[in-house]
Design a protein around this ligand. Structure first.
Ligand code: PMP
Length: 308
């Protein structure tokens, strides 16, 4: 469940949480034509700070472009909207979910003729994979569902319809008693979780699958690669066979919601010693220090929300 907040930004105005509704025949509802982002805003000593807002807005714009949706608001306008939303709701920290969608109007599935609507809801959201996940790690399985093949559902777009595949992956995992699953590509290589990128640590190096059309180009993934390099840990983007999961010294997920979540077992096989590994720990600590404003923001990843 979600804790309701007072205001949602919609097409340039603020509406009450319960009024941010969509018509049943909106193209987005009928055919999944909607693109979105998930962004975290952290509580720092200098006030609320949004993590990598510019990168998220850029991905949002690219998602819309891939789906031939004409965006209405500029990045500057959306940035101001996020600031105003955070101030108006009185957030110190929150999760922001901008959505651009084809609304109600056209009845054909192309949706041409439906207005492009922009919503920005936000709410306070804790650890995505459970309270203990960040410390103790999670138990996952390999999904029997594959991620979409290249040139089917465009993996670089963060589009609502793609999350039907993510739901199949997540619901199957939950039905089998796991909190999350790792999905493979159409040709059986490691892709990502239902809503997180995947990393392995082997022989002191950090490995992650390339952006290959099956997975999302995660903003947190990029931060992990940067942080690892800062910590002098070698990084490699490379294809990986499924069995590498069982042989890795450490595994972890990265994502806006999941942050850096260690994986302690896959298919009931313990990973390394079965808890959070030393390399994961170092990366997780550095990430937490940066986002919470405790260490220098050397890469300019935080956007402070101005008072007004
Ligand atoms: N893969 C998928 C399918 C996702 O939904 C997400 C969450 N946006 C990620 C990876 C992680 O991306 P990010 O670090 O930008 O949140």
């Amino acid at each position: 469940t979600i804790k309701e907040t007072e205001w949602i930004w919609r097409n340039g105005q603020f509406v009450r949480w319960q009024d941010a509704t969509v018509h049943i025949l909106a193209t987005a509802v009928q055919f999944g034509s909607s693109v979105f982002e998930g962004i975290r805003c952290y509580d720092t000593e200098r006030g609320p700070a949004i993590f990598r807002l510019a990168e998220h807005l850029k991905r949002l714009r690219n998602s819309a472009r891939i789906y031939r949706m004409e965006t209405v608001y500029s990045d500057e306008e959306l940035t101001e909207a996020c600031f105003a939303l955070i101030r108006r709701n009185g957030f110190r920290h929150c999760y922001i979910r901008p959505v651009i969608m084809r609304g109600y109007g056209a009845i054909g599935m192309d949706g041409v003729g439906s207005p492009i609507e922009t919503y920005i809801p936000a709410w306070e959201w804790g650890a995505y994979l459970g309270a203990d996940a960040l410390e103790k790690g999670v138990d996952v399985c390999v999904s029997s569902w594959s991620r979409a093949a290249p040139n089917t559902f465009p993996g670089m777009a963060k589009a609502t319809g793609h999350y039907n595949n993510a739901q199949l992956i997540k619901l199957e995992a939950m039905a089998n008693g796991f909190v999350e699953a790792i999905a493979l590509t159409h040709d059986g290589l490691i892709s990502e979780g239902s809503g997180q990128n995947l990393f392995a640590v082997m022989d002191g190096a950090v490995l992650t699958p390339p952006i290959d059309g099956s997975n999302l180009s995660g903003v947190t993934r990029n931060a992990v690669l940067t942080i690892a390099a800062d910590l002098d840990v070698p990084v490699r983007e490379c294809t990986m066979p499924r069995e590498l999961l069982y042989c890795a010294d450490e595994l972890f997920f990265s994502g806006t919601a999941a942050e850096i979540t260690p994986i302690r077992s896959v298919d009931h096989i313990a990973i390394g010693p079965g808890g959070i590994g030393p390399v994961t720990r170092r990366i997780q600590r550095r990430f937490a220090d940066i986002v919470n404003g405790r260490s220098n923001d050397d890469h300019g990843w935080l956007t402070l929300v101005p008072p007004s």
